[in-house]
Design a protein around this ligand. Sequence first.
Ligand code: FMN
Length: 200
Amino acid sequence: MTQASPINNQRKTDYPVNSQFTDRWSPRALTGEPIAEAELMSMLEAARWAPSSNNAQPWRFAVVLRSDPQWDALFNTLNPSNQTWAGKASALVAIASANLATKAGSTESVPNGMHAFDTGAAWAYMALQAHLNGWSMHGIGGFNKEAGAQVLNLPANHTLQMLAAVGKRGDAAQLPDALREREAPNARQPLSSLAKRGSF
Ligand SMILES: Cc1cc2nc3c(=O)[nH]c(=O)nc-3n(C[C@H](O)[C@H](O)[C@H](O)COP(=O)(O)O)c2cc1C
């Protein structure tokens, strides 16, 4: 098994945060080693505990391991640029949201305007838990969502949001030049440009 490249993490925070937030990042150099289903379930368990509007929990996940019959078809939905690196993922987790919700005390399904927002929170929880467990998760929005929905039998009234490549960090030497140069934790805009007092 090849060694993971050293991490050159230059991230600096404007205010103190727990290091899990700045240590988590999205590598593309992965080893392709198998992942046990129980490892993935720990990440999904974290997602399960995300907050959501009316506790509707609109997030849905389809887990596809490299050894699963759906792997090739799902991998083929990725944009070519993502195929250059995601073939060494151990699993792809497809993240969808349920567009409709049933409010407490009612049996009627109504549109849930927060389904995408809440599912984003679940993805973040999952990615942080993956990091804490020694795995990496790399979000992939660059894929054919219609094709992905077909491969995974997405039910009606659900939106396929993104895929997450899960893997162990590997050797950056395996990446194409342009990606190898970017294989490090990236920066963020200053907090002062994102958060203002009293207005946006
Ligand atoms: C919704 C979403 C879609 C993304 N799509 C892609 C993608 O198609 N290809 C890719 O290489 N990275 C993709 N990323 C990874 C982002 O580029 C990355 O999260 C961002 O640059 C911040 O870097 P970090 O995750 O290492 O902190 C995506 C991330 C998210 C959350």
